[in-house]
Write a protein that binds this ligand. Structure first.
Ligand code: ADP
Length: 783
């Protein structure tokens, strides 16, 4: 049932004249029902007399009778009833009263009300009724609450972010305290106001920041930059800055809200990261390492730098090769299994990946590569991956191979040298036994001239053999240490052959070999050290004689082509097995060791042959059909066309007789050596004097004025050089011929003796023939 205003006994309404101008009751009813608010009429004690329809609706009261006559305060919640009572009391005493209160509807919906309570005065001037108008302000109230909550949230956010939040009016100048800014920078309002805040910005960033700020203000667009801001402790911190304009209803900017976020730590760690990356990049670049990442589950490969492209010979725009492609298209067959094992082992055990192998690059080159890798376990669902490096190790592999080869060669050379020492000892001991026996015979068979002649010949042979051995050894030492000196001159090859044959003939004849020599009847000139090349040919002849059973055939042939003279020595002896032929020229190499050793040597003859020939720019080679098939040794030397200026062979015959009256001084601390030389010279008719140290030599020379002095270099007291110098300072001895006798024959040694005043430099043991020749040349000058 709806209440009806007509039901309320209304107080009479009169105009000032006391007459009724219009129907006030009707008007009242209209206003009462038409009001959007909840309008109630109460009696003076606050009991509800009437309530309009909108009011019932707003309060969700279905039937007015349920509240009719009830005390108004009872409609309110407990805590508000007193306030309502106070309002009623105020109205009853003639005052208007307003209050804002919460009160749920009859059905419990929360509502806020703005309540105005006013007295209705009756004719008697007394407050007859009370009018209560409650306006539903719930929505407005919620909106305000929302704003409050949102502001509260914003404030907590700002406090929580440790960012600086600031605000300025539309002018962009600080005009009020900025607590965040002040707390961070330590700037007081006095210094930050206006654009004073720019003082806290790093001088290098200040200009840019100010310019951008002015542009933002002018254009009304967001201000966004980064700069360093001085913190209260003086440290500059990197800040990210943003400010947004807020516009008023007329679209002019009324204020700016800005935020400075401290990004210093992030910037620093970014810089550290960048620096780390740069270092890794530089290190891997300088080590020429390729960096890769591989996902085994998908076989996806990422190359982190350009190096892998170079290593695999691919263009930089090609996709990286996958493990599958590596196996099918690149890696050498030999390494496929190894690669598979290495990868499987890493995936299964987490052990470091290591693989070395050959690949064939796209351009066909074969290279060695080496991979290292580490397994990175699952990271938050990331698939497992292996990260590693790849390097081209072809260079170091080659060096490794070279070193291995050198080591093998060295140990082979070492083995041969040890073997050689054993052979050498044997070879040197061999002649000693006959020599000792020969000496015994000489003392017991003094009168037996037949025996003595045999003994002499035997001693001669044995000593020659030893001299040959020692000379060969010295030659090897000289060649190996690069000290050999070639005295090159033009020579007819035929003359060199003659000398070689003369040297080797005794050996060839002693084995009853037949020697056939074929030399074309034409001039063949070579530019060589004649002594050395004769030695080479004689070596080949000696070998042919040694390695051919008695009664063999030896052929020496000389021929030439357009540019070279070819000398070959062929025998029908024991031959050389095919597997040994390549090694016969190696030092200390003896391939047919079961052959009679007394015929043998030291395994240095052929090495000398090759080295001497090569020193002359020629070549030496060997051929043999195999064991028992004989051998051919061949040397080739460049031929020259011009006729020889000096051709060997035109020797002067010694004029021994003219020398007989010459006086010769021999100085050597090796008494035996001195005495033997002296004896030989005496036998040849010379007069000799002996000294065994430098001082004695000098004294004898002064006293006796010899024609020739043979001086040993290494003597006690004064050495040979010193004696020679002293002699050269004695004018009266100016014509004396000084001959150095020494074991040292290097160019430096010769220069030293020239400097000391020696005329000749002879190397021990000196052949008697050489000495005779020298003396025979001096004799005519002395006569
Ligand atoms: P040596 O004769 O002192 O042993 P060489 O250097 O002259 O040393 O020779 C090396 C090796 O080559 C000899 O030991 C021998 O086995 C082999 N050889 C040299 N010449 C001949 C040859 N004419 N016939 C067969 N084998 C030879």
């Amino acid at each position: 049932m709806r209440p009806n205003i007509a039901d309320i006994p209304s107080p009479p309404v009169a105009n000032k004249a006391g007459g009724s101008l219009f129907d006030l009751a009707e008007l009242g009813k209209g206003v009462f029902e038409g009001s959007p608010d909840c309008v109630k009429v109460l009696d003076a004690d606050g009991h509800i007399l009437a309530m309009n329809r909108n009011g019932l609706c707003a309060m969700e009261i279905d039937d007015f009778r349920t509240i009719q006559g009830a005390r108004w305060a009872t409609l309110w919640t407990e805590e508000n009833r007193q306030a309502i009572d106070s309002a009623v009391i105020a109205a009853r005493s003639g005052r208007n009263y307003t209050l804002n209160l919460a009160c749920p509807t009859a059905k419990g919906s929360p509502r806020w009300w703005a309540v105005t309570v006013s007295p209705i005065v009756g004719d008697n001037g007394e407050v007859a009724r009370i009018l209560s108008v409650s306006r539903d302000i719930t929505e407005a109230r919620f909106a305000t609450e929302k704003v409050r909550v949102s502001e509260e949230r914003f404030r907590s956010l700002v406090t929580a972010t440790a960012a600086i939040v600031w605000g300025t009016p539309g002018s962009g100048q600080f005009d009020a305290e900025q607590p965040g800014w002040a707390a961070f920078t330590g700037q007081l309002f006095e210094s930050m106001k206006g654009l004073g805040w720019l003082d806290a910005v790093h001088p290098d960033d200040r200009q840019k920041s100010a310019t951008l700020w002015n542009e933002a203000i002018a254009s009304g667009t967001m201000y966004e930059t980064e700069h360093r801001l001085r913190r209260a402790d003086g440290q500059f911190r990197h800040m990210s800055v943003r400010a947004v304009p807020i516009s008023g209803p007329d679209n002019t900017i009324t204020e700016w809200v800005g935020i400075h976020t401290d990004i210093h730590d992030r910037k620093e760690s970014e810089a550290v990261l960048r620096d780390n990356e740069e270092r890794v990049r530089l290190a891997t670049e300088s080590a020429e390492l390729g960096l890769w990442v591989w996902h085994p589950s998908t076989d996806q490969v990422i190359w982190e730098n350009a190096r892998p492209y170079e290593i695999f010979g691919l263009s930089p725009d090609a996709p990286p090769i996958t493990a599958r492609q590596f196996l099918t298209d690149f890696v050498h067959q030999d390494h496929i299994a190894e690669f598979g094992h290495a990868v499987a082992n890493t995936i299964e055990t987490g052990a470091r990946l290591h693989f070395q192998g050959r690949i064939r690059r796209k351009d066909g080159q074969i290279r060695w590569v080496e991979f290292f890798g580490n397994l990175q376990p699952h990271l938050d669902g990331d698939p497992q991956r292996i990260i590693g490096t790849v390097a081209d190790i072809t260079g170091s592999k080659d060096r490794e191979e070279e070193l291995r080869r050198l080591a093998a060669n060295l140990s082979e050379a070492d083995r041969r040298k040890t073997e050689f020492l054993a052979v050498l000892a044997h070879e040197l001991r061999n002649p000693l036994a006959p020599i000792r026996h020969g000496l015994q015979l000489i003392s017991t068979q003094v009168g037996n001239s037949e025996t003595l002649i045999k003994v002499r010949d035997m001693l001669d042979r044995q000593v020659n053999q030893m001299v040959r051995l020692v000379n060969d050894l010295l030659d090897v030492a000289r060649i190996t240490s690069g000290k050999v000196e070639l005295r090159k001159q033009r020579a007819e090859i035929g003359d060199l052959i003659k000398v070689a044959i003369e040297t080797s003939l005794p050996l060839i004849e002693s084995s009853k070999h037949r020697l056939t020599v074929t030399v074309p009847d034409e001039s063949m000139l070579v530019y060589v050290d004649p002594e050395r090349i004769s030695q080479v040919i004689s070596n080949l002849l000696n070998n042919a004689a040694k390695y051919t059973p008695a009664g063999g055939a030896i052929k020496l042939q000389v021929s030439h082509d357009d540019s070279e003279v070819i000398v070959s020595v062929t025998d029908n002896g024991i031959g050389i097995a095919p597997q040994s032929i390549g090694a016969v020229f190696d030092l200390f190499r003896q391939v047919g060791q079961d052959f009679e050793r007394s015929q043998g040597g030291l395994g240095i003859g052929l090495s000398l042959v090759r080295q001497l020939v090569e020193l002359h720019g020629g070549t030496a080679s060997a051929e043999s059909p195999g064991e028992g098939g004989g051998s051919t040794f061949m040397i080739r030397l460049a031929m020259i066309d011009a006729p020889a200026a000096t051709v060997l062979g035109a020797e002067n015959s010694p004029r021994v007789n003219e020398a007989k009256n010459m006086r010769i001084l021999i100085a050597d601390d090796n008494i035996d050596a001195a005495e033997i030389l002296s004896l030989m010279l005496q036998v040849s008719g010379y007069t000799t004097e002996l000294a065994h140290d430098g001082h004695a030599a000098l004294k004898l020379a002064r006293d006796l004025h010899p024609d020739v002095a043979f001086l040993d270099i290494g003597m006690p007291g004064m050495n040979g050089y010193e004696v020679a110098k002293a002699l050269r300072n004695i004018p009266r001895l100016a014509d004396i011929t000084l001959v150095a006798l020494t074991g040292w024959g290097g160019e430096q040694d010769r220069a030293l003796s020239r400097e000391a005043g020696f005329n000749h430099h002879f190397i021990k043991p000196v052949d008697m023939k050489v000495i005779e020749k020298l003396l025979s040349e001096i004799a005519p000058r002395r006569a």
